[in-house]
Design a protein around this ligand. Structure first.
Ligand code: SF4
Length: 404
């Protein structure tokens, strides 16, 4: 509380131990990235209108899926850091992105994860001569400050789209508005975003937003409110005082339509309470859903219009943008399987997958007999190679040789 986050970031940027871009090893790194994460098969399918038919199996890829540029950029900078600091110890504060194979590869490159003890990161392992990478979804300002105090080199791969949200939060703060953040309060990105706010409240979905909107209009049971948002608000938050002026912010990977609806809901709410001439004094909103998330969700809305037998959604189980793609499949009533890689497709036509808000389960005979059309998409942190492997397994299960 009370920390001048803007001034801190400005000072940090001037430090010669703080880096926000690559180190000029782009060419080597691009080659490495291409060989590890790109896929010839996916390129072929993409060039063929996202469509591939062999034997009984038709594959329909979403128009946009997989690695977004923010993730590509973060991974590239991390790889470059290894080349640039060949002898230094390198740490990363979190999974750079939510993808098991990428994280595995970083481990092989001896990029260590900051250990976590009792739910707290233990930065005592970091020496001043070390290099610490901040992931694509950023780090809290307290963490940055701690690392800065330790005197280590900081390589910040925070996606510019995420920084854009932080900037809106700074604007809310400047005018003493409370930031209402559409997100998951425990997601690293939202933790980082809220660290830039003075006063904030995190709402998970439209239902929670409606609850808050009702409270703004009609008041309510304060204890119940505080119990509900106990972990999702700034210290000392008081709904009777702190909801008079609000600004909207979001985790960049939430369902776009929901973020928009939440924004509109609060706009209407403040309009109703304060009237049109006073609205600007009580409400602020900027569009901060990232392009990549938008594109992938739009592509999914197109894909579910196709005549599909089923959908496979590939991405880390804790990846928020992947889960939202799965939600769209569920909304449209198409059988869908969220997996984090090809190894979830088991011998004998079975698949281990994660239904929404449930633990992993195994479904037998998941690929119907005869002709099938399989829609496929993947989250922003899934390399094309992972998608290729999944397609390979599907053909294998259906006994179709993959030619080409
Ligand atoms: S999903 Fe969007 S905000 Fe997140 S890393 Fe990719 S481009 Fe950046």
């Amino acid at each position: 509380m009370g920390m001048d986050t803007k001034a801190f970031k400005r000072a940090l940027r001037k430090s010669d131990k703080y880096h926000r871009r690559g180190f000029g090893h782009e060419e080597e790194v691009t080659e490495l990235l291409n060989s590890e994460y790109k896929s010839g098969l996916i390129k072929t399918i993409r060039d063929n209108n996202n469509w591939l038919k062999q034997g009984d199996v038709t594959i329909r890829l979403a128009e946009a899926f997989g690695f977004c540029w923010g993730v590509e950029r973060a991974v590239a900078i991390a790889y470059e850091s290894r080349q640039h600091f060949p002898n230094e110890r390198i740490w990363i504060t979190n999974e750079i992105i939510h993808n098991p194979s990428v994280n595995e590869r970083l481990k092989e490159m001896e990029v260590g994860f900051i250990p976590v003890k009792d739910g707290q990161k233990d930065f005592s392992v970091v020496d001043s001569g070390d290099v610490v990478i901040l992931p694509a979804f950023g780090a809290s300002v307290q963490e940055m400050q701690l690392l800065n105090d330790l005197g280590c080199t900081i390589v910040d791969t925070t996606c510019p789209w995420v920084s854009k949200v932080w900037n809106s939060v700074e604007k809310h703060k400047k005018r003493n508005y409370t930031s209402i953040i559409h997100g998951k309060y425990h997601h690293e990105e939202t933790v980082a975003t809220s660290s830039f706010a003075e006063k904030y409240l995190v709402v998970l979905n439209l239902e929670e937003a409606r609850y808050v909107a009702n409270y703004i209009l009609y008041g309510g049971d304060k204890d119940e409110f505080m119990k509900k948002f106990e972990k999702a608000c700034s210290p000392g938050f008081d709904p009777d005082v702190d909801l008079e002026c609000i600004g909207i912010a979001n985790q960049t990977t939430m369902l776009k339509s929901e973020t928009e609806e939440i924004g509109k809901l609060f706009e209407r709410t403040m309009l109703e309470k304060y009237g049109p001439t006073e609205l600007d004094k009580h409400f602020m909103s900027f569009n901060t859903i990232c392009d990549a998330t938008q594109e992938r969700q739009d592509a999914m809305f197109d894909l579910v219009q196709e005549d599909l037998s089923l959908l496979v959604v590939i991405g880390g189980f804790n990846s928020s943008n992947t889960t939202h793609l799965k939600e769209i499949a569920v909304d449209y009533g198409i059988p869908s399987y969220h997996i984090d890689g090809a190894s979830r497709i088991l011998e004998g036509n079975a698949i281990e997958h994660k239904p929404l808000e449930k633990d992993l389960e195994v479904t037998e005979n998941w690929l119907p007999e005869g002709e099938i059309t399989v829609g496929i998409t993947s989250g922003a942190s899934t390399p094309d190679q992972a998608v290729e492997e999944v397609i390979g397994k599907i053909f294998e299960t259906k006994n179709v040789a993959l030619v080409g």
